[in-house]
Design a protein around this ligand. Sequence first.
Ligand code: ATP
Ligand code: MG
Length: 758
Amino acid sequence: VADRNADYLEGLNPEQREAVETTDGPLLVLAGAGTGKTRVLTTRLAHIIGTGLAWPSQTLTVTFTNKAAREMRERALNLIGDAGEGLRWLGTFHSISAQILRKHAELAGLKSSFTILDTDDQIRLCKQVIEAENIDTKRWTPRHLASLIDGWKNRALTPGKVPQDEAWNFADGKGVKLYETYQARLKVLNACDFGDLLIHNITIFQENPDLLADYHKRFRYILVDEYQDTNVAQYLWLRLLARGTGNICCVGDDDQSIYGWRGAEVDNILRFEKDFPGAKVIRLERNYRSTAHILAAASSVINFNKGRLGKTLYVGEETSADPDADKVKVRGLWDGEAEARLICDDIESYVNKGGQYEDCAILVRASWQMRLFEERLIMLGIPYRVIGGPRFFERAEIRDALAYLRLIRSPDDDLAFERVVNQPKRGVGATTIQKLQTFAREDGRSLFTLVPMILQTDEVKGPAKRGLTQFIDQINMWRDRLNNGMPHYELAQVILDESGYTDMLQKDRGPQSQTRLDNLKELIHALGQFDSLPGFLEHVELVMDVGGQSSGNEVQILTLHAAKGLEWPMVFLPGWEEEVFPSRRSLDESGMKGLEEERRLAYVGITRAREKCSISFVANRMIFGRWQSVLPSRFVDELPHEHVEAVSETGYSTMPGGDTGFTGTIEDLGERSNYTSPGWRRLKENAKSASSKPGPIIDGKAELLATSSGKSAFRIGQRVHHEKFGYGQVLAADGTKLQVNFEKVGLKKVISTFVTGV
Ligand code: ATP
Ligand code: MG
């Protein structure tokens, strides 16, 4: 161990080393992007364990995303090997507070089998709560209430603590009352939402000093990454826990505070020295991640923000000395498709020159921007992964299957009950369910426990009665099997088959049914990787993306928010247009504060790049179904000229690739090209329904449309052309999937949309 110790300390600069070795007392590391804050934190963790100051289980390490937590665990294990086993308390705020709450659920009025609701369930519950008060849900939407409640929870405000005037934010003063009902309903459901995890922790600690003292003994060292993004609830939780030993180390960067819209308080970082008396503050200034050009670009943009602490960043000799380093590229294009084409071509040529797909990331402001890139990547056959979505566990069939499993875990889970009691159809209609809900509300019990009693009455008759009886009997039987030792993954298959769910999908001839069956297979596969059903459900509730787990050699697509803390050699930042980025919403809702937060997001984006950073904007963008002429983002103007290479001085009125003179509207183009794919029809309909004039479209679009046939029926033996694979002959067709023998590249499976008959 001694050798390894020496190794990892030697790699550090003096300030980093000081931050690692100052183990006692409160410590704040305040430093810019890429200066090694996360590295310091990981090394510090290894140091604490390696030198015997604490066992792994006596350390608490909090990071912001699941991906960051996974990476941190890996890095720590690399440094200290097996000694790092038992890092039970390394995770996100959510995962750690959930672990704690499971142990003491009864102190919060819950059973340890409680369900963690996701946004969808949360909104359904809000809807019920609003409806029960006879409030118009069109005027006062469930989504609005859910976001108010979230906001209060982020600020650690239980119903009793919400300021008077804020009750008026909803339904003429009924806001707090609804919040109260919502919390009461959660208890009956034996459930909590994400915000509750921390709130319950805080309440439990405050009300049970002995228990808190136990945790003080347990957590001898607390380490927190991305401290600038903690909200009030997280902050209070940390403070309660740190009161024990006072050994808390937080690292952060005020310039990267990007969660203000979710209640993060950058003030937490500014107040650190006040809150933790005797705190030491260490600053790191040398950036190890990016080239001088990238760093200069990032610094120049962030300098336009007024409210900042001000930090300098410099580049180490190795990187700045590189005279061949690329400048930051800035490119203007005609529209989103041209932008996607260019970026994907760049990726191809990077890989052709020996680069890896996984070294490339496309970072977008909002997830709707992802689709164009996904489509282009699919078309070129480039492997990619969307991090943080398309949320596997949010698909309908997966949610249905999970609801069955949740109900087996916790019979009080009414939301799960409602979701599957008539899925597949068992004759239990909406009226019956409403009736049951009314009973349950009055009785204060859950549906599952109430139904057997109701079935002995004549309240429910005919098919509904038969359906409910069967449903309850089956759930009880499945739970028995689980308790009698049937493996949970086997049980899941049994449930899908015996409930008639599989059958329902097999009979459904819709285009999605095969995909749904495949997804369910994937679910059972995922179940098998966990020891127990509760363990699995907990994972799902916290992670919500199984897809994020395996990471092969794939291009990564993610939002700027999700990219925090990560790095790639090659980063693309598309969509730098006014109203997209900075987003219109952030400007409308939060004015200058919103703008500064967007600018910090730009800073986060640029500083993710190690070697190459490429920013782009377009002249015409389809935003929310409407073609609009858009202007380059003001952030483009804030880039320093000497570090930027404007790849074509196209501005935003003329575009590369030449203008063939076509300047018609979308409708015109549609008529001319006889294009009939669903995507195109949607485009046309959108254009028609748009109130403003649709923007012009140029040849780039026309060319793409002309090469796509839009048909899905191809003859066996037909000669076809594929944009990437060239000419070939169709051997077999299965729906939209074709098997084609290409002249140059041989046998490939392709999607008919990307193939033209010739
Ligand atoms: P961010 O603010 O983006 O989260 P950070 O401050 O957490 O950045 P790290 O991710 O820890 O920075 O480090 C950035 C990169 O620099 C990593 O690749 C890391 O391995 C490397 N690095 C950090 N410190 C050193 C060092 N002393 N010597 C060599 N490389 C280093
Ligand atoms: Mg970091």
